[in-house]
Design a protein around this ligand. Sequence first.
Ligand code: SAH
Length: 248
Amino acid sequence: MQRLVVDLHQICARRVVLTPEQIHYLGRVLRLRVGDRFVAMDGKGQSWIVKLVEGEASPFEAELLEAIALNTELPIAVTLVMALPKGSGFDEVVRQATELGVTCIAPVISDRTLLHPSPQRLKRWQRIVQEAAEQSERQIVPTLLEPVSFSKHLQDMRDRPSTHYLCVTRSSAPHILTCLLPNTCPPLSITIAIGPEGGWTEAEVEQAIATGYQPISLGSRILRAVTAPVVALSLVAAVCETSGSHQA
Ligand code: SAH
């Protein structure tokens, strides 16, 4: 069934008042008609089966039929901190990270980051997050934070209870799986940081470790900056979804 993210304030008396863009999308793009059903999700964990009905002031409204109890979310919160890759590389990272179950995406500007994004880019990434959440049948739309410098991120993270992993290449750091698997009492929240194409500088690695990051490896080969988050998030999701103790 088609999925659409709606704002909670659009719901009143079991009716969803649709925006002109949503009416266009449902009627013209998806070609739904009065009586057709789709899934409305509020992006914060709730979703409903809804039916298109004629609106009083617009061509369509949607009527809530029933709440959906299904949960497709990972049992832990996963934050991806990523030094912005060059070009449009982050578009695909945002889409894939959302499909893989990330809770929060935090773009950072590191010493070797080449891209300094415009506000339009941020809007574009926000749209991609929403589309990917609908497509992959998530209950929540991941939070996309505004880009900050890596050192500002390190300052901010001091107050956040999370297990922080810094992905580093060519080091003797343990593999991410060996950090995740022996964990019989897994953390409730994991943060994974990926560097830019040129890698983290030595100073950044030292500063991150001093702030609480644990260096980890994703294997013996050097992955492209845009491949590394897919590998890391796939492993985290696989461990969470196959280990009973992770379902608490
Ligand atoms: N030119 C850099 C490679 C950077 S790859 C170098 O030669 O070291 C971009 C980022 O992806 C890295 O900063 C790291 O965070 C992550 N990454 C890539 N391959 C990795 C691996 N095998 N293990 C851990 N992290 C990796």
